[in-house]
Design a protein around this ligand. Structure first.
Ligand code: DQA
Length: 149
């Protein structure tokens, strides 16, 4: 199994740092990815980041990840709460995916309490800001990559 993880970010997450910093923090997406990459390196894991505001591009990225990634850390943004197609793509890709949300979606509006991807993910980490991505990498390393040794 490869030691490669795709960190996939959905709509509006390109605006991290300036978007509602009281909810999503002041770190930019590039800074966040650099932190996740450093975290991965400590565990000999290679991180590849991809962000898109388009549902179709996210689906294509999941399909393509099947050919090279051991797992995916996925913050699907608002598509989490609307997209049957992303849930189907995760099932189709047959890849272990950890769902991440920076904010605690359970403590926010009720429409954010529904996730179309949670049932097909390994698990969900929500409410820990940037730390959630690091925890998700750890979960994939421990439960998937190292567990396959
Ligand atoms: C989010 C939560 C979603 O409800 C929201 O639409 C986002 C970001 C989070 O990281 O907390 O875009 O996924």
């Amino acid at each position: 199994m490869s030691r490669k993880i795709l960190v996939l970010n959905g709509p509006n997450l390109n605006l991290l740092g300036t978007r509602e910093p009281e909810t999503y923090g002041s770190q930019t997406l590039d800074e966040l990815l650099a932190e996740i990459t450093r975290h991965g390196e400590k565990q000999q894991v290679e991180i590849t980041g991809f962000q898109s505001n388009s549902e179709g591009d996210l689906i294509d990225a999941l399909h393509e990840a099947r050919t090279w990634a051991a797992g995916v850390v996925f913050n699907a943004g608002a598509y989490t709460h609307t997209s049957v197609a992303l849930g189907d793509a995760i099932t189709a890709a047959q890849l272990p995916v950890v769902e991440v949300h920076m904010s605690n979606v359970a403590a926010r509006e009720t429409f954010r309490h529904t996730s179309y991807i949670a049932p097909v993910c390994l698990g969900t980490i929500t409410g820990f800001g940037a730390t959630g991505y690091l925890l998700a990498v750890d979960a994939l390393v421990r439960n998937v990559i190292d567990a396959a040794k």
